[in-house]
Design a protein around this ligand. Structure first.
Ligand code: 8YV
Length: 311
């Protein structure tokens, strides 16, 4: 008998195929009536989560036999960890396997935002090079200071790449780390001391709205913001206003408050580079994430310890 699990969303083809060959999968996202679906599958012991669907105590209570929530992704902000903990439900994620890809995206956003590569490419495609002459000069990454807000596993890999581009590194974390980079005691100080503020913190209530007016004021009109973490970390309406009013120089964003809905006011801004949450979105990395998500489920149902437990 294959163990029964519920899938909250459609994963990529390879992960779906493996999940469906090893488990009896019930697709929550296809159910027209969620309440009836949950009543029908109330005996399920595993949940495979994908994306931003909120998994809270109410959902957990609808599945009283639930033992494990195996998330596809390192960020578990959509899952209420306290609710899982108090019910004795294991939560796993997919750390490390995506570090390189997310760091590539972060560095690409730094370069694209400072050097305006997407804008200059659009300039060429529109025929302006010939008619108007060279694209206006931009600003160099080399020599600038990258302030990393959240120097964790991904932050450290971003730092390596930025150093290779000749950038200097500073950081802020809740606690100081044993690293060679200068530490700032809070986000405002980090923003004041850097040229490019890189947001790599976890999402969730503790970091909600951390990038506020105060932080953006400290970053200032010559400063750039890059966010590869979660949209919730940034006060999005404030960011939009600061970009429009040129109170910061620019922003490179991979994440938004209400994905996939991006406020259309962003689309017309020349000082913003916007990616559709592609941080880890390569075939190789998504396969590695799916493999880890599945391995955690496999181990749990075989009575073995999971590999990457969060709760
Ligand atoms: C994925 C992510 O886009 O790992 C994360 O936390 O944000 C990304 O790698 C996401 O998990 C896809 O559902």
């Amino acid at each position: 008998m294959k163990p029964e699990i519920i899938l909250t969303a459609q994963g990529h083809a390879g992960t779906m195929a493996t999940l469906q060959s090893e488990f009896t999968c019930h697709k929550f996202f296809e159910a027209p009536d969620k309440k009836t679906f949950l009543e029908k599958h109330a005996g399920v012991r595993g949940l495979a989560t994908f994306g931003p669907l909120s998994v809270d105590g109410k959902l957990m209570d609808a599945l009283p036999k639930l033992e494990i929530i195996s998330n596809f992704g390192v960020g578990v902000d959509a899952i209420n960890l306290d609710d899982a903990r108090s019910r004795g439900i294991i939560v796993t994620n997919t750390p490390d396997v995506l570090n390189d890809c997310v760091a590539d995206t972060a560095l690409a956003l730094v370069l694209m935002t400072l050097r305006k590569f997407p804008q200059s490419e659009a300039y060429l495609r529109a025929g302006h090079w010939l008619s108007r002459g060279p694209y206006p000069l931009t600003t160099s990454a080399g020599g600038k200071t990258l302030g990393i807000l959240g120097l964790g596993r991904i932050g450290e890999v971003i730092a390596k790449r930025a150093l290779a581009c000749g950038m200097k590194i500073r950081y802020h974390n809740r606690s100081k780390k044993e690293v060679a980079f200068p530490y700032d005691p809070d986000a405002v100080t980090l923003a004041r001391n850097c040229d490019v503020l890189m947001v790599v913190t976890p999402g969730g209530p503790q970091t909600q709205g951390l990038i506020s007016e105060k932080v953006l004021d400290a970053l200032g009109p010559e400063g750039y913001l890059v966010n590869v973490a979660r949209g919730s970390v940034v006060d999005e309406p404030v960011l939009l206003r600061y970009l429009k009013e040129k109170r910061i120089a620019g922003a490179g964003l991979d994440v938004y408050a209400d994905e996939p809905r991006v406020p259309p006011e962003f689309f017309g801004l020349d000082n913003a580079v916007l990616l559709p949450h592609v941080g880890s979105a390569t075939v190789e990395t998504r396969k590695a994430m799916g493999d880890l998500q599945i391995e955690n489920l496999r181990r749990h149902f075989a009575g073995q310890p999971v590999l990457t437990r969060v709760v």
